[in-house]
Write a protein that binds this ligand. Structure first.
Ligand SMILES: Cc1cc2nc3c(=O)[nH]c(=O)nc-3n(C[C@H](O)[C@H](O)[C@H](O)COP(=O)(O)O)c2cc1C
Length: 195
């Protein structure tokens, strides 16, 4: 099982990274390969709606030559995609949003003369997020957006782990959050085994 983590936090030692750590430790086992991509370290340009990607259904085919091509390949090689992001303005951070725009066209060949395939059909996706407000008032819109994104893209949505930060002068991690992250990893692993 290959897990591809798209990490959308700019803070290498921030809250989202701290929540991801116990999740990754719990998920790691002999038959699980995990790769993490830090999106703020990558060049991810915005989609310009040129639809060059719709011409050839066998490849990404994007106008931009930046780091999204390698991320596209990484996703096609994976079984499970994890979107790890702090909530910024009720959604994911901007490099992740730019990536989601590039993929919703580059992966889904729906927008040319004829409707083509979703190249990532059947892959699984889940969310790990942190936020300042209570998760049900902070991460709800991003989760709803991603549920629709998954349905549209023929991806299987597996659920979200969301934890709240009480501010930069409070310790973020505690035993409850660590336990929740481990439980979430077990749940996701089980869901990936039940085909
Ligand atoms: C620019 C910016 C926008 C934010 N917007 C929200 C928001 O809309 N809702 C929320 O609950 N928290 C918001 N936050 C708080 C972060 O989601 C929270 O502190 C998060 O845990 C930071 O994760 P990190 O340490 O991985 O960067 C925002 C933080 C920043 C810097």
């Amino acid at each position: 099982m290959k897990v591809y983590i798209l990490m959308g936090s700019p803070r290498k030692n921030g809250n989202t990274a701290s929540l991801l750590d116990p999740f990754v430790s719990e998920l790691a086992r002999d038959n699980v390969e995990i790769e993490t991509v830090w999106l703020y370290d990558k060049e991810i340009n915005s989609c310009i709606s040129c639809r060059v990607c719709q011409k050839d259904w066998t490849k990404f085919g994007c106008f931009h030559s930046d780091d999204v091509g390698e991320i596209f390949d990484g996703i096609l090689d994976a079984d499970l995609i994890i979107l790890a992001t702090p909530i910024y303005s009720w959604y994911c951070t901007s490099p992740m949003k730019a990536l989601l725009d590039r993929l919703v066209y580059g992966m889904n060949k729906y927008y040319g003369e004829e409707k083509g395939p979703a190249l990532w059909e059947g892959k699984k996706l889940s969310i790990i997020t942190t936020c300042g407000y209570r998760p049900e008032k902070a991460a709800d819109l991003f989760e709803e957006g991603m549920k629709r994104y998954c349905k549209h893209s023929k991806l299987e949505y597996l659920g979200m782990l969301a934890e709240r930060s009480l501010g930069y002068n409070h310790d973020f991690m505690n035993t409850d959050k660590k336990k929740n992250a481990e439980e979430f990893a077990k749940k996701i692993y089980e869901l990936c085994q039940n085909e």
